[in-house]
Design a protein around this ligand. Structure first.
Ligand SMILES: *Cc1c(COP(=O)(O)O)cnc(C)c1O
Length: 298
C-alpha cells in the first residue's frame, strides 16, 4: 500500500467537448485498489495527531463505508490501533468493506441506529480502552483537519490552468479542502450525493474563510434519489462511461459526479475554453453491494 503522497495520483485527459471544454480526471482511485482516495487525504492530519499522542483511532461508519476501510488501513500503516463503531446490528455475514477493515486490524463494535445517530461510544469499548486513550475522528473525516488534508489533493500537481474543479460531495470536507487550495479564478462544483441536503452549504462555509465562500457551488440535482440510491439509468451510464473512457466509478459518489459533468456539458453550462478537472475521489466500496454482473468492471 502506498504511503501518503509518496507519488502523486495521475491526471489523465478524458475528452474534449465540441471545442468548448477539455476534461481531465485526477485519479485518486489509483492511490490504492481498496482505499478511497479522498478519505486517505482527509485522514492525514488526524493520523499525525493520533500518532503524536500515541492514541487509538476511533471512528464511525456504515457497513459499506469507504471511510471505515481507509481509516483501518491508514491506522495500520502508521502503527496505530483502530476502532470502528458500525451503524446497525451485527450482521451474520460481514460486508466486504467490514472484512477488509477487520483484516487491517480494526476492532468493530456494532450499535443501534439510534445510538449511532447520537455518536454514542458503546460501553464495551470503554471496557477495553479508557477514554483518555481514544482519538476520535468524526464520521466521514468531517472538519478542518480533514479539509486541510484534502487541500493536498489539488496541491499534488500544477492545477492553475483549470477553470473548474468538480468533485462528488458527502460531508463537504473534500469540497472545502479543494476550495481552500484553489486559486481565485477557479470555480469548484460539488455534486451532492445526498437528497435535499441543503445544510451542506453552511457546513462547507464553516470550513472556508469568508473570502473563499463564493468559490464553490453545490449541485443538488444529481443524487438519483438520495444517498446510495441508484437507478437503472445510472448503472447503464456507469457501464457506458467505463467502456468509453476506461474509468471505473461507484454508484454512491463518483458516477453521480461524472454524470453531472456530462449533463452540464450537454446543457451548455460551461463557457468556451473552459478547462475542467474532475476529481475521481476513488472509493468503489459501494459497488460490492450490487448483484454480480451488474457492472462490466469489478
Ligand atoms: C466519502 C466520499 C466522498 C465524499 O467526501 P466528503 O469529503 O465527505 O464530501 C466522495 N467520493 C467518494 C468516493 C467517497 O468515498
Amino acid at each position: 500500500m502506498m504511503s501518503y503522497l509518496s507519488q502523486p495520483c495521475p491526471i489523465e485527459s478524458l475528452c474534449c467537448y465540441q471545442n468548448v471544454a477539455t476534461v481531465d480526471v485526477l485519479r485518486l482511485d489509483k492511490l490504492d485498489p481498496v482505499i478511497s482516495g479522498n478519505k486517505w487525504f482527509k485522514l492525514k492530519n488526524f493520523i499525525d495527531e493520533a500518532r503524536s499522542r500515541q492514541q487509538v483511532i476511533l471512528t464511525f461508519g456504515g457497513a459499506y463505508s469507504n471511510h471505515i476501510v481507509a481509516t483501518a488501513a491508514a491506522a495500520k500503516q502508521h502503527g496505530l490501533q483502530s476502532i470502528g463503531i458500525i451503524r446497525g446490528e451485527k450482521p451474520t455475514v460481514l460486508s466486504h468493506t467490514l472484512l477488509q477493515a477487520k483484516e487491517r486490524g480494526m476492532k468493530l463494535f456494532f450499535t443501534s441506529r439510534e445510538a449511532y445517530r447520537n455518536k454514542e461510544i458503546p460501553a464495551a469499548v470503554y471496557e477495553v480502552y479508557p477514554p483518555s486513550q481514544l482519538f476520535l475522528v468524526p464520521e466521514g473525516g468531517y472538519g478542518l483537519e480533514g479539509a486541510r488534508g484534502a487541500m493536498n489533493i489539488l496541491l499534488q500537481h500544477e492545477t492553475e490552468k483549470y477553470t473548474h474543479i468538480i468533485t462528488a460531495v458527502g460531508t463537504g470536507t473534500t469540497l472545502a479542502g479543494l476550495t481552500l487550495a484553489a486559486k481565485s479564478h477557479q470555480k469548484l462544483l460539488g455534486v451532492s450525493a445526498l437528497k435535499n441536503n441543503f445544510s451542506l452549504q453552511h457546513e462547507v462555509e464553516r470550513l472556508v474563510p469568508l473570502e473563499k465562500q463564493n468559490g464553490f457551488v453545490l449541485l443538488h440535482d444529481y443524487n438519483f434519489g438520495g444517498y446510495a440510491k441508484k437507478t437503472a439509468y445510472l448503472l447503464s451510464f456507469m457501464n457506458e462511461f467505463f467502456s468509453e473512457t476506461g474509468v471505473p466509478t461507484d454508484f454512491v459518489y463518483t458516477a453521480k459526479a461524472f454524470y453531472a459533468v456530462t449533463d452540464l456539458l450537454h446543457k451548455g453550462y460551461f463557457t468556451q475554453n473552459s478547462r475542467l478537472l474532475v476529481v475521481h475521489t476513488g472509493g468503489l466500496q459501494g459497488n460490492h453491494s450490487l448483484p454480480k454482473g451488474t457492472l462490466i468492471f469489478g
